[in-house]
Design a protein around this ligand. Structure first.
Ligand code: SIN
Ligand code: FE2
Length: 214
């Protein structure tokens, strides 16, 4: 593995593949509105640690908004319209979430992006997300749009097999990564988040990943 870049300025972009890129600082202007949106979502659908089909408790705490929410339990991974914890639909996608996702997708080369799901991930210091493909969506061409908030992290971006070489992508508060089209099924993950304190988000990293499920 090698470090892809040191410390790029907001407004710069880094290509990760033919249809994958980092838009540095793209979400900075909306960060406070996104954080308020996350707080409102978590008040209705609290963060929780899901159990994998193998019986492991996930380190990352998760919740969802949108018409479909990503869930995991002993029966498997799936999308569900209902939050299994509350028995109610997931909170809707806030307009600022939809606008940012569409704007970032357009900037990354994907016009007309209308996601129907947003997984919200919360990483405490030390938390990692192991290499995986996002493969529970019916649409495997529309991009995943991922927004980083709070503590920095190192994103791993790999190939189409788990064992393929990965690049290390440093992500800061306000960075957006988009991967779709020919790059949509690439393996990706997050290295353990280093301890620290972000001035507005505190001792955590928050991540939004927008998806088109149906
Ligand atoms: C994910 O793959 O669902 C999250 C990626 C991230 O937290 O950057
Ligand atoms: Fe993912």
């Amino acid at each position: 593995m090698h470090d892809l870049f040191a410390d790029p300025a907001p407004g710069r972009r880094t290509a990760l593949g033919p249809q994958a890129c980092v838009l540095h600082g793209f979400a900075l202007a909306d960060a406070d509105a996104l954080l308020a949106g996350i707080a409102a979502i978590a008040a209705q659908a609290p963060f929780r640690h899901l159990v994998t089909p193998g019986g492991h408790v996930m380190q990352v705490a998760m919740t969802n908004c949108g018409t479909h929410g990503w869930c995991s339990d002993r029966r498997g991974y799936r999308y569900d319209r209902i939050d299994p914890q509350s028995g109610r639909p997931w909170p809707p996608l806030p307009p600022v979430f939809l606008q940012l996702a569409a704007d970032a997708a357009r900037e990354a080369g994907f016009d007309g992006y209308v996601p129907d799901a947003c997984l919200v991930n919360r990483y405490a210091p030390g938390t990692r997300l192991s290499l995986h493909q996002d493969r529970d969506e019916d649409d495997r061409v529309a991009p995943i749009v991922s927004v980083s908030l709070g503590l920095p992290a190192t994103f791993l971006f790999g190939g189409f097999a788990r064992g393929d070489r990965t690049v290390r992508v440093p992500l800061q508060h306000g960075d957006v990564v988009a991967w779709g089209g020919v790059d949509r099924m690439r393996f990706h993950g997050v290295l353990p988040v280093r301890p620290g304190q972000h001035e507005t988000v505190g001792a955590q990293r928050l991540n939004l990943t927008f998806r088109k499920v149906r």
